[in-house]
Design a protein around this ligand. Structure first.
Ligand code: UDP
Ligand code: MG
Length: 311
């Protein structure tokens, strides 16, 4: 029989953990009663270096109910690394990752399990609508997914990190040793038979978002530079275009100087290109710098997470 493990990263989630664990345990019990999953099924909470009572709550939950397990990271490493720590550590035949705030509809989990039964190794939870997100988040997310696609990154619009993975695919993921992690982009690269389950995303029932704009931006940039070298190619293209363009401009200047008397002692023609080219150069130095810093981080091969304690 299938053993399920729910993998839940938590960062400062003291406000939601009791309610979340109650709902998840009820779901597990229901599935166990129905004979869909084995009695060894578990929940694994990963404390991503929280500064509030998150870890002590996880310890209490563990003491109350052996189905609740916990992993404590030695410090905050961000949602993606916390999730990875959970996936790499949790036992079980199928791992389902979901957020601690239960914005992802847990009633989609039995449907994911059904897809797994009919042969899918990875089941992606995909948001039906985005009506519960703020207008800002909706617009930025939609355009970001479009941008990723134009960069050639395979990504499933509307899918965040709510998914079911079979043991086989988790072991495949283990072979990806990237330090700069963007799971949403890596999982589709694994291959295997996949399926999609649609659900509606609820608003957070308590607490605040742990993803401020700054963290969102970092994740967004990671997504691009971890999977696509297109921005690097741009610099060559734009550089070539500018070079050709400036040759034309030079020809025109020579023509104006020799055959007409339109030439004014050239302030504009010197200063504007200086700013323009300076700007472009700096921009692409930045782009190149982005990739170099990634390479730097990858060559150091530092651990992606450090586990301090396991329950
Ligand atoms: N999270 C984490 N580490 C972080 C930030 C967030 O483990 O540094 C977890 C958080 O506890 C939650 C999930 O990632 O389970 C998603 O965060 P949140 O719900 O705040 O993001 P939003 O839904 O607002 O995008
Ligand atoms: Mg959330």
């Amino acid at each position: 029989m299938t053993t399920m493990n729910l993998v839940v990263p938590c960062y400062n989630e003291e406000e939601v953990l009791f309610e979340t664990s109650k709902r998840l345990l009820a779901l597990l019990e229901r599935l166990i009663e129905a004979g869909d999953i084995s009695n060894e099924s578990r929940i694994t909470f990963i404390d991503d270096g929280s500064r509030d009572r998150t870890w002590s709550i996880i310890e209490a939950l563990h003491a109350q109910n052996a189905r609740c397990g916990g992993i404590k990271l030695s410090r905050n490493r961000g949602h993606q690394n916390a999730l990875l720590a959970g996936l790499m550590t949790a036992q079980g035949d199928v791992l389902v990752s979901l957020d601690a705030d239960l914005q992802d509809d847990i009633e989609a989990i039995p449907r994911m399990l059904a897809e797994y039964r009919s042969g899918a190794e990875i089941v992606f939870g995909v948001r039906h609508k985005r009506t519960t997100d703020t207008f800002f988040k909706r617009v930025t997310a939609r355009n970001y997914y479009k941008l990723l696609r134009t960069f050639g990154v395979e990504i499933l619009p509307g899918h965040a990190d709510f998914r079911l993975m079979s043991r086989k695919t988790v072991e495949a993921l283990r072979q990806f040793q990237e330090v700069n992690l963007f799971l949403r982009g890596i999982i589709p690269l694994l291959g295997f038979k996949t399926a999609i389950v649609e659900y509606e995303r609820a608003p957070r029932f308590a607490g605040e978002s742990k993803y401020p704009l700054s963290k969102m931006l970092v994740l967004a940039l990671d997504g691009i530079t971890s999977f696509s070298a297109v921005p690097l190619q741009w610099s060559t293209r734009i550089g070539a275009l500018l070079a050709i363009g400036s040759l034309g401009f030079g020809a025109w200047a020579a023509y104006a100087r020799i055959f007409t008397n339109l030439t004014v002692p050239g302030w504009a023609s010197t200063v504007i290109p200086m700013y323009f080219l300076g700007g472009i150069q700096l921009l692409f130095l930045g782009v190149i710098g982005g990739y170099i810093s990634k390479t730097y981080a990858e060559t150091k091969q530092r651990p992606r997470f450090i586990i301090e304690q396991t329950l």
